[in-house]
Ligand binder design. Structure first.
Ligand SMILES: Nc1ncnc2c1ncn2[C@@H]1O[C@H](COP(=O)(O)OP(=O)(O)OP(=O)(O)O)[C@@H](O)[C@H]1O
Ligand SMILES: [Mg+2]
Length: 343
């Protein structure tokens, strides 16, 4: 993490607790028009991310993943609960937020949209260094590019985004986040817009950054295969709530929540009878007040009160390291890694 690179230990260094936490976080969006109800996008989420941990947040479209990620970044202010960084509640004063945004950086899905087409790579990466008034600008930019596999970095300084491949553009975006020496990356669908041939490379890069720098990451994805490949822990979100948390092995071996079972059942060679979700996705403006049935599940699941299960053991109590797949451009031959987009 930052300690190893600049000598500045940063607020998250040397702590054993979670680096980033959501504590009973709720986010409601006011309805528009006279009769529009408020949408509860995030509904009482508790989630911890440890230093150096990659946590994958999976769930179907509209379940609140991006809203939760934006709230963890301080871009959205929760209507209830709090976000904690290094054990401290997040302050929403602008000076405090500026410091926080250096520590917790965003990586978006579409590198083309994230980069200004008129800015050369050097300018794109140096921007954050200038905003935060850091010294040694050129050395920082070069270091960030090298760490992201763009070597020699000087060769990329004067390139425009259109002169790069999609994978190189995403590396530049990640370098732009890395140059500020963050403790946490929040990556919203970081490889969804990339060709399959470079997805594996970008995932391998995230794993390497975790190993080399102790960087933690919250990776939002629809894709269970990606989550299996990259995550230390997996959190499954359904209709604004975290319904399942555990290591990928735990969740894949014993999915406890009906919604997780439905996600898992459509993976190739899943031992679970395929469960096809029918009907409309659940509507966050009409969440039942007492019960939280899995709305698009077989009738047997439509029972009142589907409580949030107790979280599984955290990262400290993992049974042992999961063998990581070798970096490769294509998905692994393990059937679990070739799952379809799960939502
Ligand atoms: N700014 C906003 N104003 C009103 N409603 C919003 C706003 N942002 C999100 N929502 C609603 O909150 C719910 C959750 O949206 P969110 O973007 O977090 O879902 P998601 O899980 O990231 O979906 P996807 O996988 O499609 O990206 C949706 O019903 C969405 O319409
Ligand atoms: Mg989203």
């Amino acid at each position: 993490m930052s300690a190893g690179r600049s000598g500045d230990p940063g607020p998250a260094a040397g702590r054993s607790g979670p680096v980033l936490s959501a504590v009973d976080v709720r986010v409601q969006f006011a309805g528009r028009g006279r009769r529009r109800a408020a949408a509860t996008a995030v509904d009482g989420v508790n989630l911890d991310i440890a230093a150096g941990e990659i946590l994958a947040l999976v769930g179907e479209s509209g379940c609140g993943k991006t809203t939760l990620a934006r709230t963890m970044l301080g871009l959205e202010r929760p209507t209830g609960g709090q976000v904690r960084f290094a054990g401290q509640p997040l302050s929403y004063r602008s000076a405090a937020l500026r410091g926080y945004r250096r520590s917790v950086q965003l990586v978006l899905q579409d590198p083309t949209g994230s980069l200004n087409p008129r800015h050369m790579v050097y300018e794109a990466i140096a921007e954050g260094v200038r905003i935060h008034r850091l010294d040694n600008e050129e050395a920082r930019v070069a270091d960030a590019l090298s760490r992201c596999g763009l070597r020699p970095p000087q060769r990329f300084f004067q390139r425009y985004p259109h002169e790069l491949s999609g994978g190189q553009r995403q590396r530049v975006v990640i370098a732009g986040a890395l140059v500020l020496e963050p403790s946490v990356l929040v990556a919203d669908e970081p490889v969804a817009s990339l060709d399959a041939s470079v997805r594996g490379e970008i995932l391998a890069l995230l794993l390497r950054l975790r190993d080399e720098l102790g960087l933690a990451a919250l990776v939002v994805t629809h894709d269970l295969g990606l989550a299996w490949n990259i995550a230390d822990r997996l959190a499954v979100m359904y209709l604004g709530r975290i319904v399942e948390v555990g290591t990928p092995e735990q969740v894949f071996a014993d999915p406890r929540h009906p919604y997780t079972r439905a996600l898992m059942s459509v993976l190739p060679e899943s031992p679970i009878e395929p469960i096809v979700l029918t009907g409309e996705p659940p509507d966050p403006t009409r969440i039942p007040s007492r019960a939280r049935p899995v709305a698009r599940s077989p009738a047997t699941w439509r029972r009142p009160g589907c409580p949030q299960p107790a979280p599984r053991p955290g990262p400290g109590s993992r049974p042992g390291p999961r063998p990581r797949p070798e970096p490769r451009p294509e998905p692994a031959p393990d059937p679990r890694t070739r799952g379809p987009s799960s939502c």
